[in-house]
Design a protein around this ligand. Structure first.
Ligand code: SAM
Length: 503
């Protein structure tokens, strides 16, 4: 895509008008082919969607647009002209969206609706990216520009929407994170090493009427040297890739460094580019070696950065599964080429003694003073909705509880959060429970095991009595020393406040 924006901005407006007129939305597509076909598309198969469209009585403009831009199939010149009456075929060709050969229109880009809900309401956009494996029919180009994938929606769903003056999206790709950040930042800088990605990201911002993003070419933090931001977001090219001849280095996922060094570099760079109180949110992979825990490895990067840090590990894969996943993701199907790449991948891990790879999220914050937050945790359960607000609330709760002395903490009057339930398990016939758990419905859906004293304390947190008064009453009931019970329970209360069980 090579666009001259002076000439093409009118064409983009015409495209936008056609997409609106066709009602080319996520909802329309699901109505056209149903949720089963939607699910198949997510798994990389278009047959159910094509069958549904073939069975439709009438071909609507939305169906034609979906056939070309989502399913990557050709349509006739006449059909396509009917779907883009304002832009016209010539306009679509000028924008680099399609090609016309012997009366047949073929897509050159993927263009699909995308919708989400955030604190400001329901939003519908369209996102252009390079054609995926389905349309290309084989391995992807090394400069492939990714559309909105699972990792993209993970990061956008985690995004803390606190208003800031300046935000940075490092490795913007099709621009999706920058566009999300543009909703709470007055100005966003979006960077990428790929000129093609920046072209597409600029196109997407214009198509969706977003004007407060500046696009800059360059590697890592080099395009923002000397600048600081209130919010940095990055779904960086974190995929660990062998650095040998003959192994494709896909720009969209591979930052060109050895092992997990790219994620370490983004953590270190965040410290240089956050303003005091500023927050960085990243996704990443990290390596495990025997005797070298991956999560602790990330903890060491965070420590070295001098930032507040909260790392949530969602998944750990053994290196064989990791290699298979990413070789397949590049569009290489099982066969001799796949096996050759598989060997290279395993050689690379073996050379560094890596046995497993962790994946997760990092939330980093530039402390106003010394760092006070260092959480490294494995949370691999199902996630509630609204993770962004949950992350923001957790940071706030951390600040509140860590600023209190034990004396001040024990004077608080607390209540149990609305989404918390308690679970008790008994041996058959036993009077006392053998296991007691607190479970959280929202956020990370945490569950924690609690003892008798803590269960009694949480049960009594109804907004009436102070923590100290409750501890005194429990100590009397259990016939234990009040001070000793306080010493035992206060750290747990801090943790329950921080993680949102107690408010
Ligand atoms: C995993 S994609 C993320 C795209 C998009 N932000 C998203 O969330 O879907 C990583 C992006 O980083 C870019 N990239 C690769 N190496 C880079 C580097 N050294 N510096 C900056 N960006 C880089 C790639 O071109 C790609 O667009």
């Amino acid at each position: 895509m090579q666009l001259n924006y002076g000439v093409t901005s009118d064409l983009i407006t015409q495209l936008r008008n056609d997409l609106i007129a066709a009602n080319f939305t996520v909802e329309t597509l699901t109505k056209l082919w149903g949720t089963r076909a939607d699910a198949a598309l997510h798994r990389g198969h278009r047959v159910p969607a094509l069958r549904a469209l073939a069975g439709a009585e009438q071909v609507s403009p939305a169906a034609t647009l979906a056939t070309v831009f989502v399913l990557g199939m050709p349509v006739t010149e006449r059909e396509f002209a009917g779907a883009v009456p304002g832009l016209g075929i010539d306009g679509a060709i000028s924008l680099g969206l399609v090609e016309l050969v012997s009366g047949i229109i073929r897509p050159l880009l993927d263009l699909r609706p995308y919708s989400f809900v955030d604190a400001h309401g329901v939003v519908s956009w369209w996102i252009a990216s390079d054609l995926g494996e389905l349309s290309v029919g084989g391995a992807l180009r090394e400069d492939h520009v990714l559309g909105v994938g699972g990792a993209s929606t993970t990061l956008s769903g985690l995004m803390i929407g606190t208003p800031v003056e300046n935000a940075l999206d490092l490795g913007t790709g099709c621009g999706i994170q920058a566009m999300h950040a543009a909703r709470h930042a007055r100005r966003v800088v979006a960077t990428d090493i790929s000129r093609r990605a920046l072209e597409l990201a600029r196109f997407n911002a214009r198509l969706n009427g977003i004007a407060n993003i500046e696009f800059r070419l360059g590697s890592l933090f080099e395009p923002v040297s000397g600048e600081r931001f209130g919010h940095i977001v990055s779904n960086p090219p974190f995929v660990i890739t062998p650095r040998v001849e003959g192994v494709p280095a896909y720009e969209y996922r591979d930052g060109g460094l050895v092992g997990d060094a790219l994620v370490a570099a983004v953590v270190a760079g965040a410290a240089e580019h956050l303003e005091p109180g500023g927050i960085a949110q990243l996704l990443g992979n990290w390596e495990y070696r025997p005797g070298d825990d991956g999560l602790q490895r990330v903890g060491a990067w965070v420590d070295a950065s001098g930032l507040d840090g909260w790392v949530v590990e969602r998944e750990v894969q053994d290196v064989a599964l990791y290699s298979e996943t990413w070789i397949r993701d590049g569009g290489t199907r099982p066969g001799p080429e796949f096996d050759r790449l598989y060997e290279a991948w395993l050689d690379d891990f073996e050379a560094r003694g890596v046995t497993r790879v962790g994946f997760g999220y990092l939330t980093l914050r530039f402390p106003h003073d010394e760092p006070t937050l260092r959480r490294l945790e494995r949370l691999d359960g199902p996630l509630g909705s609204g993770l962004g607000p949950h992350l923001a609330a957790t940071l706030q709760a951390h600040d509140r509880q860590s600023a209190l002395t034990d004396e001040e903490l024990s004077r608080l009057v607390l209540t149990v959060a609305q989404d918390v339930t308690e679970e008790r398990h008994y041996w058959p016939g036993a009077e006392d429970p053998t296991v007691m758990m607190l479970r959280q419905g929202g956020g990370f859906g945490r569950s924690i095991s609690i003892g008798t004293g803590l269960a009694a304390l949480v049960g009594a947190c109804d907004g009436e009595l102070s923590v100290r008064a409750i501890i005194a009453a429990i100590a009397q009931l259990l016939e234990v020393d009040e001070l000793a019970l306080g010493d035992e329970l206060l750290p747990s209360i801090r943790e329950l406040i921080e993680t949102g069980f107690l408010a």
